[in-house]
Design a binder for this molecule. Structure first.
Ligand SMILES: Cc1cc2nc3c(=O)[nH]c(=O)nc-3n(C[C@H](O)[C@H](O)[C@H](O)COP(=O)(O)OP(=O)(O)OC[C@H]3O[C@@H](n4cnc5c(N)ncnc54)[C@H](O)[C@@H]3O)c2cc1C
Length: 504
């Protein structure tokens, strides 16, 4: 049993999230020390407060964000629904939009991301059960437990970045990548490391095969899927330095609110009970699981909605910068705004096609159409760094000329009011705008967002390779059409050459 029975009361409020973090703190380590209370820790509290706010928001927007549990009748998160109609799938999309808009897409790992993955695993339980019936039953039960307790999940999919020329089984240390150390009657023991859990303040960690890296038969001890609580004995979540500098919302508008944190996951002999296991030592099934269950499509559905929120935010920010410094007349500025708008409309179109062309999968669950989502997940890692470049090109030196809140009240206040004004904003309005743009395009928070968008769904190079392999037949068919055209051109040219020779 993963979630305590008394916690299964349906959708949580923010206060429940804070209470749970205090009562059962995840095994977070920060700068070499354990974090005993993430709700008050300077590196975490901003992100924690936003996470709690999202849980309150789901109640304020309950018609959109919640639905009636099919088992308990409690209101539960719509992102944990198994859609049986395209309308239900679209409703899940609208629920995910509420959270994405609240964070401007800057918290990619709000819990609905993995709620979609877990729901897909429950929907595709038969795929897991084909290996062992209990694994399928576990997926259904874990999904229900998490839905009824409204727990949040983080996940870790890939081995640590030591030697990328070989897989986990060929590393110098066989226990570098997390692997099965020992099997017992009650489960198995895991030792080693996995990367990279974003939102380690979550309640549980979903340890799944990579969506992209394919394991070989040698990798069987490293091939599994399971869930454990983030306070499981032996688990360590080694966090990077926080991007929340501890400043005010004014000084650090994004980092102080949307620091979701990333952590390397160490399993120091973590016991995984059989009832929490979804996949075990079955390399082929692990390689196929995320695609066959629909987990990748479910996550990508959330991702494209997050992309839209980010596109809207960056477009709005860029347009306000332009307006504030009266740069709207320059042609290259208009071109850049147009580029941002095209990105937004492209993401919107891909989302719409994915929802409108939704189909029932082999397990009877309605899934968004995969091709537009695959296009979106391959495109956005290239669009987002360019969107940030555009903000830098528009904001220029204004992105570093931005005093802090304290300076506005200090001895330089008069100078600041005079020299930091803009064409269409006084200094008190211009400064928070440019601080927001700095946190989106220049700060460490901004840098991590770019890195996130480049990599979080997998290495873009290998994603592109997987895409070409998946669409090989379609791409070849287009090549054949062009080949026919080329041959027609050749035949036509030679035929007319022959006929002119004959006429001569
Ligand atoms: C901010 C952030 C958050 C993340 N959050 C999560 C999370 O919550 N959960 C999770 O599981 N993962 C997460 N990830 C990890 C993500 O899945 C990986 O970054 C991604 O899979 C790429 O793996 P890697 O970072 O180890 O890069 P590597 O695989 O080490 O690649 C490094 C470089 O080598 C190249 N390279 C390596 N191997 C090959 C190859 N075989 N062929 C061609 N090129 C190769 C890559 O193209 C890249 O340029 C996150 C990553 C980031 C940056």
């Amino acid at each position: 049993m993963l979630t305590p029975r008394e916690s299964r009361r349906g959708a949580r409020h923010g206060s429940d999230v804070l209470a749970r973090l205090r009562e059962r703190p995840p095994a977070l380590w920060y700068r070499g020390e354990p974090v005993t209370d993430a709700t008050t820790h300077a590196g975490f509290r901003g992100g924690v407060a936003t996470l709690a706010a999202l849980y309150d928001l789901q109640w304020r927007e309950s018609d959109t964000c919640l639905f009636d549990s099919p088992t308990s009748g409690h209101k539960v998160a719509r992102s944990l629904q198994l859609p049986s109609t395209p309308a239900e799938l679209a409703a899940i999309g609208r629920a995910m939009e509420v959270w994405a808009k609240h964070t401007h897409g800057m918290m990619g790992r709000v819990p609905d991301y993995l709620n979609r993955a877990l729901s897909a695993y429950a929907g595709g339980a038969a795929f897991l059960a084909a290996a062992e019936p209990r694994f399928g039953a576990n997926a259904v039960r874990l999904h229900e437990e998490i839905r009824e307790a409204d727990w949040s999940l983080t996940h870790s999919l890939i081995p640590p970045q030591a030697n990328r020329s070989v897989g986990p089984a060929q590393q110098a240390d066989p226990y570098l990548a997390a692997r099965v150390k020992q099997e017992t009657d009650s489960g198995f023991v895991v030792r080693g490391c996995r990367m990279l859990a974003t939102l380690p303040i979550a309640d549980a960690i979903l340890v799944l095969p990579s969506t992209l890296l394919k394991a070989t038969p040698d990798d069987a001890p490293y091939a599994f899927g399971f869930v454990v609580a983030t306070d499981a004995p032996g688990l360590k979540l080694i966090c990077r330095e926080s991007l929340d500098y501890g400043g005010s919302h004014f000084d650090h508008p994004l980092g102080s609110r949307f620091e979701e944190m990333d952590a390397v996951v160490v399993f120091d002999d973590v016991h995984v009970p059989w009832e929490n296991v979804l996949l075990y030592r079955d390399v082929e099934r692990c390689n196929a699981a995320n695609l066959r269950t629909g987990a990748v499509a479910g996550m990508a559905h959330q991702v494209v909605i997050k992309n839209i929120a980010k596109c809207e935010f960056v477009l709005g920010l860029a347009a306000l910068l332009v307006d504030t410094i009266a740069a709207e007349g320059f042609q290259h500025i208009q071109e850049k705004l147009a580029e941002l708008w095209v990105n937004l409309e492209t993401m919107r179109a891909l989302l719409r096609v994915a929802e409108v062309d939704a189909t029932r999968d082999e397990w009877g669950v309605v899934q968004p159409a995969w091709n537009p989502l695959d296009a979106a997940r391959n495109l956005f890692p290239r669009l987002y760094p360019r969107m940030i470049e555009i903000l830098q090109q528009i904001g220029a030196s204004g992105l570093v000329a931005m005093p802090t809140e304290g300076e506005l009240r200090g001895p330089l206040a008069d100078d600041i009011r005079r020299y930091y004004q803009a064409a269409r904003a006084d200094a008190l309005e211009r400064i928070p705008l440019f601080r927001l743009a700095w946190d989106t395009a220049v700060s460490a928070f901004a840098g991590r967002q770019v890195l996130y968008e480049r990599f979080f769904f997998g290495d873009p190079v290998r994603m592109a390779g997987a895409l070409v392999a998946a669409h090989d037949a379609e791409i070849r068919a287009y090549a054949e059409r062009v080949r026919e055209l080329v041959r027609d051109l050749r035949d036509e040219a030679f035929a007319s050459a022959e006929s002119s020779t004959r006429q001569l």
